[in-house]
Design a protein around this ligand. Structure first.
Ligand code: HEC
Ligand code: HEC
Length: 512
């Protein structure tokens, strides 16, 4: 099989992810619920978009199914030796956060693979690849939600202190951009030799990102990047999902159309309702604090949350504050970066990639000359430090928090003293979620315990328990993993914080 030089790394990446997939679909010990995959009442474009995501056409790169099956058999290992069964649904979730497909999935499904993989035929060959849901469908409290970031995806690497949930997906755009030979004159043709920009890209250390949930897109003028690099349409996005192949220019227009449909689906996703009943009085109190209508007892250093996160007004259709949802959202801050001393590495790394953004933007000359301006992408890096303050709709479900997923619960976001320095996420139970502190269930580790776990994991196979369990540990002292900053909530009393959290729980559901 011929593999393009540049495809090799991404093929390896796809294989690495596929290797963690097992060969039978079982049912989790307790059944999982699904939310957002039934889209009869969505627009036609969104319905098509869901099918495009499932069928696998959003990514060009893929592995022949036979090869994938062979590799899977080769690495799976015996349950006895591994200490768990990698072929069970529980084992797949434990090993790499893979989730089963929803029962009504119609395209790209195969009994050997799950929600985040697509099996399809191209040019007569049966292929398998990851799809958007590998990273953009997650499980919260036993419910698999379309558009929620998968905070269990496993790209962890003990050598580099990378943690389960850390995501490097969006860097694909920079890698491909760096490979373009002469974008102004040759469009998407990639260089035969390694380019200087690739050397630049490889010299930069990559901090992890935790994607925002897709359901926030409908409130934002600019999509993408916590650090607002301004990539915000299908022409721009499609470059992130293209891996170099010989017919790039020929396929590009078609690919942009496919991605546009996937984005139409993404824009119509909705947040899941907070599952428990609420205390309406507390919601009212929290809403007043959030919007600065009543000041907290300790006002020094407190800035009302609405200044950055938007204003939420109860709709007339539903005024019962014991029920979640039905808030009208006024938010216009998706283009504003605020530096609150949260970890600066992600923003700083993007700024270093400016020469690659400039290179990608030369495609404008090419697509203009070709008479297809609708394919012109827009790449940008942040013009200053800081991150976008997201709208907080459905925030109860999207733990861990901040752009790097460094804080496991909302309570700890709002009380910086309680943020754990090293914490281990529960990697076994898709039902595990903390509905009180609101966020991931975790265990705190001492530095010594962490070092011991790291020493035990280095050099161990990807599917070994030592490697998997160490991958669940998040060390906030690691590069790009800092949990500092955003200390507004520290000013709140325990009761005030409880009220704000109750209000945040209520910002959820399909009617928002
Ligand atoms: C390997 C993981 C991965 C895959 C696969 C992936 N993404 Fe993403 N995506 C990310 C990460 C990480 C971010 C967050 C980037 C940031 O905020 O800086 C992101 C961000 C986004 C956003 C921005 C959301 C917002 O609120 O602005 C959209 C839209 C998106 N991805 C769409 C897609 C689509 C469509 C696909 C499939 C064609 C896809 N992604 C596949 C990792 C992935
Ligand atoms: C001055 C602007 C500002 C104010 C005031 C502010 N925030 Fe934030 N908030 C941000 C920014 C920026 C982020 C993203 C930081 C990052 O990801 O590094 C954030 C992140 C968050 C998050 C995590 C969101 C996620 O999905 O990861 C929560 C929850 C939150 N803020 C709640 C609040 C509450 C409640 C208040 C009021 C007590 C508040 N914030 C006040 C700017 C602000």
């Amino acid at each position: 099989m011929w593999l393009p030089r540049h495809g090799i790394r991404s093929t390896r990446y796809a294989i690495a992810i596929l290797l963690s997939i097992t060969s039978t679909v079982g049912l989790a010990s307790e059944p999982l619920a699904y939310y957002g995959f039934d889209v009869q009442d969505h627009s036609a474009a969104a319905q098509e978009g869901l099918q495009e995501i499932f069928c696998g056409r959003c990514f060009h790169n893929a592995v022949p199914l036979v090869t994938a099956r062979m590799l899977l058999r080769a690495v799976a290992g015996s349950p006895k030796k591994l200490g768990y069964d990698p072929d069970s649904a529980d084992g797949r979730f434990y090993a790499s956060g893979r989730l089963p497909s929803p029962p009504n999935r119609t395209s790209g499904a195969d009994p050997s693979f799950g929600l985040g993989e697509s099996v399809f035929v191209r040019d007569g060959a049966q292929l398998v690849n990851i799809n958007c849901f590998t990273c953009h469908a997650g499980v919260v409290n036993g419910q698999v939600v379309a558009g929620l970031a998968n905070n269990h995806v496993n790209q962890s690497d003990p050598k580099n202190l990378r943690t389960r949930g850390d995501n490097f997906g969006p860097y694909a755009v920079w890698r491909l951009g760096a490979q373009l030979a002469d974008p102004a004159n040759e469009g998407m043709v990639v260089a035969k030799e390694k380019t200087e920009l690739e050397t630049l890209f490889e010299s930069v250390e990559l901090p992890p990102v935790d994607p925002m949930p897709w359901w926030l897109m409908k409130y934002k003028k600019l999509d993408y990047w916590y650090a607002d690099a301004g990539i915000h349409d299908a022409a721009s996005f499609s470059i992130n999902f293209t891996t170099a192949h010989p017919e790039m220019n020929a396929h590009h227009a078609d690919h942009v159309k496919v991605v546009a449909k996937a984005l139409a689906f993404a824009r119509e996703t909705q947040s899941p309702l907070f599952p428990n009943s609420l205390d309406g009085e507390l919601v009212r109190k929290g809403a007043d604090l959030f919007h600065g209508r009543t000041p907290p007892a300790e006002t020094r250093g407190f800035v009302s949350c609405k200044t950055c996160h938007g204003t939420y007004t109860r709709k007339e259709s539903q005024t019962d504050l014991n029920q979640s949802g039905s808030w009208a959202v006024a938010y216009d801050f998706s283009h504003v970066l605020r530096n609150l001393k949260t970890d600066g590495s992600y923003n700083a790394t993007l700024q270093k990639l400016k020469p690659i953004a400039d290179h990608i933007n030369k495609l404008e000359v090419y697509f203009t000359a070709q008479g297809i301006p609708e394919l012109i992408p827009h790449a940008a890096v942040p013009s200053q430090d800081g991150y976008v303050a997201p709208p907080l709709v459905g925030v109860w479900a999207s733990a861990p928090y901040f752009h790097n997923g460094s804080v496991p619960t909302i309570e700890a976001v709002l009380n910086s003293e309680t943020r754990p320095e090293i914490w281990a996420r529960d990697n076994r139970d898709p039902h595990a979620y903390d509905l009180e502190k609101v966020g991931m269930r975790y265990r705190s580790l001492s530095r010594a315990e962490f070092e011991q776990s790291a020493a035990g994991a280095v050099g161990k196979p990807f599917l070994s328990r030592a490697a998997i369990d160490h991958g669940a540990n998040y060390d906030t002292k690691g590069f790009g993993h800092g949990n500092s900053g955003h200390t507004f909530g520290d000013r709140l009393s325990a009761d005030e914080r409880r009220a704000v959290i109750e209000f945040l729980k209520s910002l959820s559901g399909p009617d928002m």
